[in-house]
Design a protein. Structure first.
Length: 118
């Protein structure tokens, strides 16, 4: 019995590790993130009303992440912050499977390293 276990144990461990290595749930379509004016984006996009075509016309193409559920995220960076050493503010648009904007969000960038307080 002990001899069988020494042959089976590595297979069980390999199967357990393989189960942990899953693929991402979303599919990244466009890798380049577009830069936009966040105030313009906020005034151009209306949750529950604007469609993918409306957002494309107002803001242009950008990084897109599609999920198996049909939801989709479009990510934009704040224009004019390219000289900073930290990432720019992000404007995120969530589309419902119907193609209508479900939600928008602005995620502020991290503070510059010199501005951190202890």
């Amino acid at each position: 019995m002990k001899r069988v276990w020494t042959h089976v144990a590595p297979l069980v461990c390999a199967a357990a590790l393989a189960a942990c290595a899953t693929t991402p749930k979303g599919e990244i379509v466009d890798a380049e993130v577009a830069r936009v004016s966040v105030p313009l984006a906020l005034s151009s996009i209306v949750s529950g009303t604007s469609t993918r075509a409306d957002v494309m016309a107002a803001l242009g193409r950008t990084k897109t992440i599609r999920f198996d559920s049909g939801f989709e995220i479009w990510l934009y960076y704040q224009d004019g912050q390219s000289g900073r050493q930290v990432p720019a503010d992000e404007f995120v648009v969530l589309f419902a499977p119907s193609g209508v904007v479900a939600k928008t969000r602005v995620r502020p960038s991290a503070p510059a390293l010199g501005n951190l307080t202890k």
